[in-house]
Design a protein around this ligand. Structure first.
Ligand code: ATP
Ligand code: MG
Length: 487
């Protein structure tokens, strides 16, 4: 074990938020050992801005709770942790872990429960990569390095602690973490990891809960190096495991969306990971729409059903939370609205809560060479920069162009028959928990119920007194609609 002088590597207590220092100090004062560990130390060493700081201690979660009282909450079952609230910050405090007992690993060697407390020496070998296993005591200005992590930092090498095959078997998510850190830090992956990182090994990800995989996918999307990690996901066969239904190809559209996401993060803008899911699944959604249209289903219903199908299939890999699913469906639905809006709806559309995301999506499609947007991405782009007078003129001009197009085209577009702006997405309740047959009939009737009573519709962003909602709604006969199987 080496004790490194923190200042020699550019680390100082002054760089740290007061919340983490307060937690370390309080635990130390209560007689425990406490360190900052993981990504916080690693990123400071590399001159990056850490996302957060995690603490580790020899106090058990119950003892941590004794120290912080009501500011502490114990969470997790498989991996018990203490959450300590300091002002607006939340600090995760883990307890040193010893090797898991045999009884709590699965037949494949996956660790199912991991609450066997231990010493710092036992704890470091349990961590994934050497660079994530440095323990920093900011008051003492010391970093404890048990595994020559500092060498890997200087050589920019991602090295798993212990036998790589065993470590992947214990927790297959480490494969995702390998690619994430390699892309984020621009580190090369140690050869002994590459040796075992086979397509067979990636199959183990099937045993990981789709909830956890969604969390990991979010981390991949939001780390700021999405563009760099996407080809790695394909090359290592992880893509197939995470997005089984999506063609493993970084299309121009996906590439542009990834670039855009990374740029937004770089300038400190927030991003919604669901947006990238909307991009990834778009092609599949269009395919599914086509299938329904070919069966003679009306376009609006085809879109609604296709979006439900695609998201349902994706949820067998990564469970997208309900609010994120709604967001994705709204972004997709916005594409139709923005492509061929009724002139009198243009203003309302531009003020819609989902306009920005829908417009960004449309523009990305257009920039990626999707001709089916008919230049409407640029039209909306320009529209937003106009004064009110100019907007009226632009709408009038748009209307004339549209009338002309209508005269030449014989097929009447579906948007024409809509008399008012319907909610973008109609929620169907309880579709996950119920049996498919019951769900099918119930979702049909609940859709009808929602449509006939718009105040119950998913219009959280439209006030229920809004005139749009008071107008009479066209009833669609959903008994004629085929709710197809999704498998
Ligand atoms: P970042 O927060 O920048 O994504 P991180 O390294 O801090 O990266 P966390 O998921 O916050 O990652 O985990 C904190 C630390 O816990 C890691 O640095 C590592 O030491 C340990 N750890 C996390 N996940 C695992 C895992 N699956 N296997 C082994 N150790 C892990
Ligand atoms: Mg972290």
């Amino acid at each position: 074990m080496h004790t490194l002088r923190a200042s020699k590597y550019g680390l100082s207590i002054k760089q740290l938020p007061s919340s983490i220092v307060e937690v370390i100090d309080a635990l130390t004062k209560a007689g425990y050992n406490a360190y900052i560990v993981g990504g916080g130390v690693r990123d400071l060493m590399l001159g990056l801005q850490p996302k957060d700081f995690d603490a580790v201690t020899n106090a058990t979660p119950a003892q941590v709770k004794e120290v912080f009282g009501r500011r502490c909450r114990i969470i997790g079952r498989r991996f018990e942790l203490a959450h300590v609230y300091v002002g607006r910050d939340l600090i995760e405090v883990a307890t040193f872990r010893a090797p898991p007992k045999k009884a709590v690993t699965s037949a494949q060697g996956m660790i199912l429960r991991d609450n066997n407390w231990g010493t710092i020496e036992q704890d470091f070998v349990r961590r994934d990569f050497s660079i994530n296993a440095m323990y920093y005591q900011p008051r003492k200005g010391e970093i404890l390095d048990f595994c020559d992590a500092i060498q890997d930092v200087s050589k920019k090498t991602l090295r798993l602690l212990g036998d790589p095959a065993l470590r992947f078997e214990e927790d297959p998510v480490r494969m995702l973490r390998t690619l994430r850190f390699s892309a984020k830090l621009n580190f090369h992956i140690a050869p002994e990891i590459l040796d075992v990182f086979t397509p067979e090994m990636t199959q183990l990800l099937r045993d990981v809960s789709p909830h956890r995989l969604y969390d990991e996918s979010q981390k991949l999307f939001t780390m700021g190096h999405l563009q760099r990690v996407l080809p790695l996901l394909i090359d290592f066969g992880i893509w197939k495991q995470l997005f089984a239904e999506v063609r493993p190809k970084v299309t121009t559209f996906i590439e542009l969306a990834a670039k855009n996401t990374d740029q937004r993060i770089q300038i400190g803008k927030t991003i919604n990971p669901a947006f990238f899911y909307a991009v990834l699944l778009w092609e599949k959604f269009l395919e599914r729409c086509d299938e329904y249209l070919k069966k003679g289903i009306v376009p609006a219903e085809a879109r609604a059903q296709a979006s439900l199908d695609v998201l349902k299939r994706q949820s067998t890999r990564t469970v997208i939370p309900r609010f994120a699913e709604t967001f994705i469906r709204e972004v997709w639905e916005m594409q139709t609205r923005l492509l061929n809006p009724k002139p009198q709806q243009i203003q309302a559309l531009a003020g819609h809560a989902r306009f920005r995301a829908g417009f960004d999506f449309l523009l990305l499609r257009e920039k990626a060479g999707d001709l089916s947007t008919e230049g409407m991405g640029q039209w909306w782009d320009a529209y937003q920069t106009l004064t009110n007078d100019e907007k009226e003129k632009a709408i009038a001009q748009y209307n004339r162009g549209r009338a002309k197009k209508r005269r030449t085209a014989t097929v009447s577009d579906e948007a024409e028959t809509q008399t008012e702006m319907a909610p973008l997405v109609v929620e169907r309740e309880g579709r996950r928990s119920r049996s498919p047959s019951r769900q099918r009939t119930e979702s049909a009737s609940s859709t009808r119920r929602v449509e006939s009573n718009p105040s119950h519709a998913a219009t959280s962003d439209i006030d229920h007194n809004h005139p749009i909602l008071k107008r009479k709604r066209v009833q669609r006969d959903l008994t004629q609609v085929v709710f197809g199987p999704t498998q």
